[in-house]
Design a protein around this ligand. Structure first.
Ligand SMILES: Cc1cc2nc3c(=O)[nH]c(=O)nc-3n(C[C@H](O)[C@H](O)[C@H](O)COP(=O)(O)OP(=O)(O)OC[C@H]3O[C@@H](n4cnc5c(N)ncnc54)[C@H](O)[C@@H]3O)c2cc1C
Length: 434
């Protein structure tokens, strides 16, 4: 079977165009309007004046919302091509918005495309795909996000409506969103994996109360895009139940597999940017009579980062290829592996890059410390590392036969004895000739 890493020349041309476009148009937006408000607040004047015309260019080039499959009106590029595209987008915070694949909107669009009614698609999906509105995915609760068994936010049926009651935590971009997709307990009498449902909740529905907007560590209190929200008997019609009662986890998988992979793909781009920064610094700074680049400790940091990047990139490309071959569900071990490695490779590279830049590296005059935190966030968003490590371990442990002798099957005395019995003749002759 051939192993071929090349891409068609036409697609390479698209990648080259993307690279130039991201550097020329997306990076300056990060610098002038950095932060989540610029990205998610579609009412910001920046959107009409700058972002939409840039999005039109992307659409004309045939590179808009490429994560959507052909069945959902997308281009059906597949995950392997998306991996190469997302590597480029990962160099800029704004780039995904210019290319119509910003999280959480990209995943929410997939949910609506699969499970929304025609009216919901017209009201929410079309403007979402056109980049006219933002959306939110509201699942994690204050008492624990990794374990759905502790979820309390519930929905109860009332005639033709459902009433949602409870709290959610870290509902990213809710403050700018037109709608949220909310995961709730709809049947507390069965295990959570059969008893949770998803609802489409327009954010202007009475009872939806943002308690506060939580920010990341470097943002001052009161600023930030991650809402702590209370749903105070929020009433939605039965059509807003997505995909049927008890289907929340099935729906979540539609969204999370791709999302995890895309974060990893963009991380490849971010780590390459960190490596570029490290190399430039090492080649530019002289200490104690020689360049940093000539010092063995620095070479170790640069070499290690290059190795991590190469290994990680291959892991991501292989996972993307596996999803294209067998689908996201069958490739869940590959996706879990990528999810585990994403924060590790990202934070290790960011730490080394910070270190090489000295005090400047940890200051607010370089993007590195922010990237470090971004890497740490990826160890939590879409589920913490440990949970995904468990998926990998379960895969390895599946179908493993325990030994029955009390000794490992690789225990040398038994194996040696069996091997010697097989060659007893030769061994005896050799002994006699000694
Ligand atoms: C930047 C960012 C954006 C986010 N956006 C959203 C969003 O839009 N919508 C949303 O619903 N949520 C969002 N989240 C929340 C995210 O999904 C949760 O942080 C995540 O699921 C972990 O839940 P938790 O924070 O409650 O941590 P906990 O569940 O309390 O876990 C804390 C730690 O405990 C350990 N741990 C947990 N479970 C296990 C286990 N099974 N085995 C071993 N160790 C374990 C891990 O070390 C873990 O990091 C976001 C988070 C971040 C950081």
């Amino acid at each position: 079977m051939p192993i071929d890493f090349s891409v068609e020349p036409e697609f390479q041309e698209q990648l080259d165009w993307m690279r130039e476009f991201v550097d020329a148009e997306a990076v300056p937006l990060d610098l002038a309007f950095g932060g989540e408000e610029g990205i998610y607040n579609k009412a910001h004047p920046l959107w009409a004046e700058v972002v939409r015309p840039l999005q039109e260019k992307v659409k004309k080039r045939g590179l808009w919302a490429c994560h959507l499959g052909k069945d959902l009106g997308g281009l059906g590029y597949g995950q392997t091509k998306l991996a190469l595209m997302n590597e480029i987008l990962g160099r800029s915070g704004f780039a995904s918005s210019l290319f119509g694949c910003q999280a959480p909107d990209s995943g929410n669009a997939e949910i609506l495309a699969h499970y929304g009614t025609e009216a919901q698609k017209e009201t929410y999906l079309e403007p979402l795909l056109n980049g006219e509105i933002s959306s939110c995915y509201s699942m994690t609760e204050p008492q624990g996000g990794s374990d759905p068994n502790v979820f309390k936010c519930k929905a109860t049926r009332d005639g033709d409506d459902w009433i949602i009651e409870g709290e959610k935590w870290f509902s990213s971009s809710l403050r700018w969103a037109k709608f949220a997709i909310v995961m709730v307990v709809s049947n507390p009498d069965v295990p959570i994996y059969q008893g949770a449902s998803m609802f489409l909740v327009p954010t202007d529905t009475p009872g939806l109360e943002i308690i506060r907007n939580t920010g990341m560590a470097h943002e001052p209190p009161g600023h930030g895009g991650h809402a702590y929200v209370r749903y105070n008997k929020v009433r939605v019609p039965k059509e807003n139940l997505l995909g049927g009662e008890g289907q929340a986890f099935k729906i979540a998988q539609t969204r999370l597999g791709g999302g995890r992979l895309h974060h990893a793909m963009r991380t490849v781009g971010a780590v390459r940017r960190l490596l570029d920064m490290m190399a430039e610094r090492a080649a530019s700074r002289t200490t104690k009579g020689s360049l940093l680049a000539d010092k063995q400790g620095v070479q170790e940091m640069i070499g290690r980062t290059w190795l991590d990047l190469q290994q990680f990139r291959l892991l991501v490309l292989h996972a993307a290829w596996a999803v294209d071959q067998v689908g996201g569900s069958a490739a869940r071990t590959e996706i879990a592996a990528v999810k585990v490695m994403t924060p590790q490779v990202y934070t290790d590279a960011a730490y080394r890059c910070m270190k090489l830049h000295g005090a400047l590296g940890i200051s607010n005059e370089m993007p590195i410390a922010g990237m470090w935190l971004g890497g740490a966030a990826l160890g939590l968003a879409d589920g913490p590392t440990e949970v995904h490590m468990t998926t990998i371990a379960k895969h390895v442990l599946k179908n493993v036969e325990p030994t029955t002798t009390g000794w490992p099957s690789e225990h040398l005395p038994e194996r040696r004895e069996a091997a010697r019995a097989r060659y007893a003749d030769i061994l005896e002759r050799a002994l006699a000739n000694e």
